[in-house]
Design a protein. Structure first.
Length: 287
């Protein structure tokens, strides 16, 4: 029987494209470089890539034309497709925000009562307004949302904000966050067992990379008398490795620390007598 292949839909050309390819390449998957047509096959893993507009990805995955997809949560929620969200991917972070002209006095959600809001995210915005019991008119437009208040089309907008410079240059300011978004991996709801197994393999690799990215490998030297105190500061994956140094009475300690605890731990280690501290990136982490 022919081996099944997992079909993954990624954005053809845009903000998500390079990061999506990088995610797969970081998992050791070899994707031919000149492959930006409609389809591409990996050389060493049973996946096939479909390059599509991000807006089409939810429906393709729902209908099983693709098994998996990578896209922004903003598009996923707007399209309301029946798919599984497998995991957040940590890139393409942005906010879907409400914005008003910069000089406008804004004191809270009541501001929007009876107002007109231009957006391409009509479904997400309509849910948000409903949830907050606000009666506002949604004006659906397909692009250049940020110019709407300036030309008298609406009093405010609801759009994606990343650095905020687009809002700034159009005389607007963000006043409410409607959604915090990032890229997510989605899957069809009825994967065959064989495809699910390929997905599990892929997830194992993605998680090993994600875990590695939030951890650092740390090496340090310490007098033997300080080892207990220092070990207490270094939880490690199980417990720190302690190796004797050639110089009598000294040891080398090896462990793993989380990136977000890093600076705090370093200060404590120095105070406890650690010397020659080295911190290295972790390539992959399997726990
Ligand atoms: O052609 P296709 O339909 O596939 O692409 P697209 O044009 O719809 O999407 P694309 O490539 O612009 O964005 C893909 C996804 O990236 C979005 O769906 C979001 O999930 C995410 N993302 C992250 C962003 C931004 N950051 C972003 N800044 N999407 C859009 N923007 C826009 C924003 O609307 C603003 O107009 O970029 C402009 C600049 O933002 P500032 O705040 O940095 O000035
Ligand atoms: Zn799009």
């Amino acid at each position: 029987m022919k081996q099944q292949v997992l079909k993954i839909a990624i954005q053809k050309s845009g903000r998500l494209t390079e990061k999506s390819l990088q995610l797969l390449r970081n998992c050791g998957i070899d994707i031919p470089a000149e492959s930006r047509k409609l389809k591409a096959s990996a050389n060493n893993f049973p996946i096939e890539l479909y390059f599509l507009r991000d807006d089409d990805i939810p429906e393709y995955v729902q209908d099983g034309i693709a098994d998996l997809g990578i896209l922004g949560e903003n598009v996923l929620l707007e399209k309301k497709a029946a798919v599984e969200t497998v995991m957040p991917l940590g890139f393409a972070k942005c906010k879907l925000s409400l914005a008003v002209p910069r000089n406008e006095q804004y004191e809270g959600l009541d501001y929007w009562e009876g107002k007109k809001i231009a957006t391409t995210y009509t479904n997400i915005l309509s849910n948000f307004l409903k949830k907050n019991k606000i009666n506002a008119e949604i004006h659906s437009i397909s692009g250049s949302v940020e110019i709407a208040p300036g030309i008298g089309l609406a009093q405010g907008i609801c759009d994606i904000v990343s650095t905020g410079s687009t809002l700034l240059s159009n005389g607007l300011k963000a006043v409410e966050v409607v959604l915090n978004s990032q890229a997510v991996l989605i899957s069809n709801q009825n994967l065959t067992n064989e495809k699910q197994q390929i997905l599990d393999k892929l997830l194992f690799r993605i998680r090993a990379k994600q875990k590695a990215a939030t951890n650092k490998y740390i090496l340090l030297n310490a007098p033997d008398s300080k080892i207990d105190e220092i070990c207490a500061l270094l939880p490690g994956m199980k417990s720190p490795s302690v190796l004797p140094l050639r110089e009598k009475g000294w040891s080398s300690l090896h462990s793993v620390v989380q990136e977000n605890q890093f600076w705090e731990v370093i200060d404590q280690l120095k105070q406890a007598g650690a010397e020659g501290i080295l911190v290295l990136p972790v390539e992959k982490m399997i726990v």
